[in-house]
Design a protein around this ligand. Structure first.
Ligand code: ATR
Length: 288
């Protein structure tokens, strides 16, 4: 029988706020780490309807929670509610991790960009310099762009709606914008290509990316932040060409580490065990 965590008066509490939130793998991941580290803590899903975010956050803070992760559709509300914005949050314009500090203040962090970079580096691929082509201009793209710029990567963004890419470039100095249809031409000069759109996601956009990988340099690293399915059409095509690929599951795991450290005071083990756990769970959920 599965061992249940003991909940008592000393249990450290955290969770994830989203709507819907039932699909989130964060509870599985954090509770695995808590048990692995022998920490008296619990991490719960917190379904909060749009409009109720502020009430929920104040309530959780008053109830002694250490903090929360924030996911769709509340990341902008999270950005507004914080008292102290970490640089990562300022740069990415969003917050996915709230920490309720002992002085009563709410601290906001964005861990998506650094989670992305840490995951690529965990694959043995250093992220420093070179050019990255980012497809998409949503919240995830901005966070990733900020982290890549910090590592002296030349960031080029292509988005279906060009105006959105232009807006992103206006917020982050150093980004170049090209047309969606022009993405292909840039491939030979790129070291990384990163899909941050919902193309390739199960139940996501029914479209294809404007990329012909036959033009890519053999050293190109192809990354996707989609993790359902883990092997998207883009990654499959890249692998067939012998290009190195990085899927989105590792980013999900790496972005979670900072929150765990802040709330529970320990560094989680970002190794093959947690990856296997999530991989098995995704397969169970999407089988048949
Ligand atoms: P997130 O915050 O997770 O990045 P988002 O803000 O909804 O999500 O952004 C989704 C991205 O996927 C956008 O870049 C979007 O392009 P638009 O700005 O043109 O909407 C992109 N996207 C979604 N469906 C697409 C499609 N069918 N073709 C091309 N891009 C698509």
């Amino acid at each position: 029988m599965e061992r249940r965590p003991r909940i008592d008066g000393h249990t450290l509490l955290a969770g994830v706020i989203g709507w819907p939130v039932a699909h989130s793998r964060s509870p599985l991941m954090h509770n695995f780490w808590l048990e692995q580290r022998g920490i008296n803590g619990a991490y719960v899903p917190l379904p909060v309807v749009p409009g109720a975010f502020d009430v929920a956050v104040r309530g959780l803070q008053a109830a002694g929670f250490r903090g929360v992760n924030v996911t769709i559709p509340h990341k902008e509300s999270a950005y507004r509610i914080v008292d102290r914005l970490d640089r990562s949050a300022q740069r990415s314009g969003s917050v996915n991790t709230l920490v309720f500090a002992p002085d009563g203040r709410i601290e906001g962090y964005s861990t998506d960009g650094d989670g992305f970079v840490a995951n690529v580096e965990a694959h043995g691929i250093p992220v420093r310099g070179g050019r990255a082509l980012l497809l998409g201009a949503g919240g995830a793209a901005r966070a990733i762009a900020a982290s890549l710029l910090d590592r002296d990567v030349d960031v080029v963004v292509a988005n279906r709606t060009r105006a959105r890419a232009d807006a992103l470039a206006a917020q982050l100095a150093g980004i170049t914008v090209i047309d969606w249809a022009g993405a292909d031409e840039l491939l030979p000069s790129c070291r990384f290509v990163v899909n941050t759109t919902s193309i390739g996601m199960e139940g996501g956009a029914d479209a294809t990316l404007p990329l012909d990988l036959s033009r890519a340099d053999t050293g190109l690293v192809v990354c996707d932040i989609v993790y359902v399915p883990r092997q998207t059409a883009l990654l499959r095509q890249a692998a067939e060409r012998g290009l190195r690929t990085v899927d989105g599951l590792g980013m999900l795991i790496h972005q979670a580490g900072l929150g765990f450290e802040k709330w529970f005071g320990a560094t989680p083990d970002i190794g093959p065990e947690v990856e296997a756990l999530l991989d098995a769970d995704l397969h169970r959920a999407h089988a048949g």
